[in-house]
Design a protein around this ligand. Structure first.
Ligand code: AMP
Length: 221
């Protein structure tokens, strides 16, 4: 039976950072809806152009389009044993869509990890965030995790850039959208006994250790 692990948290909570560290460990591909949209945007596909109108404003891309994109991605061969879903689902409708989708693959959500971070800390993190243009999109923070050479990724040497939707007004909107549309999922997965809440303000290594333990525990059941 395939395994599906959800990474949930507001923008800036550290989902991407943790997914990068843990991605090798679970032997599952990381499927990040935001990365898939950005990739479509870069390739100028119709999906990317459609998504852009929402992304630029910090709004969510409509559910049907998002669910279809995830369905296609999960059908790819590397996801046959499951996936780590990062940034999806983000609405109750997406979570319900995901249940149907995973049933098609004979699986279900095994565990939903929620990284809890206060809003003031999220804003601080997002405003200093720089991302590398390399395929792995390593992330840095000007103050908390600066690169060794300015503007260059320590790992792959690629150029660093600031995401367009990390601008101040869009950041605030993304966090508000999270509170309104995504936070209800915390209750949804708690009610099903699948949610593990992790304090995302702890040091990165501590967060990783707690996430690892939660996943191991969920998979052993
Ligand atoms: P992220 O990289 O996860 O912060 O996502 C960047 C942007 O992509 C979001 O602000 C949304 O516009 C869009 N997006 C990513 N994931 C989803 C999703 N599950 N549902 C709708 N829109 C999404």
């Amino acid at each position: 039976m395939p395994t599906y692990i959800l990474f949930m948290g507001a923008p800036g909570a550290g989902k991407g950072t943790q997914a990068q560290i843990l991605r090798e460990e679970f032997g599952l591909p990381q499927v990040a809806s935001g990365d898939l949209f950005r990739d479509n945007l870069k390739r100028m596909t119709p999906l990317g152009q459609h998504a852009r109108t929402f992304m630029d404003k910090g709004e969510l891309v409509p559910d049907d389009v998002t669910i279809d994109m995830i369905r296609q991605r999960l059908r790819e061969a590397d996801a046959a044993q499951g996936a780590v879903l990062d940034g999806f689902p983000r609405t109750i409708a997406q979570a319900e869509g995901l249940d149907k989708l995973l049933a098609e693959f004979g699986g279900k959500v095994n565990v939903a990890l929620y990284l809890n971070v206060r809003e003031s800390v999220l804003l601080e993190r997002l405003s200093g965030r720089w991302v590398c243009r390399g395929p792995q999109q390593h992330t840095y923070h000007l103050v908390f995790n600066p690169p060794k050479a300015p503007g260059q990724c320590d790992v792959c040497g690629a150029e660093l850039y600031q995401r367009e939707d990390d601008q101040a007004e869009v950041q605030a909107r993304r966090i508000k959208v999270f509170m309104e549309q995504t936070a209800p999922l915390i209750k949804f997965y708690t009610g099903r006994g699948q949610l593990i809440r992790i304090d995302g303000e702890q040091p990165v290594a501590r967060v990783t250790a707690e996430m690892r333990a939660a996943v191991q525990n969920a998979l052993s059941q």
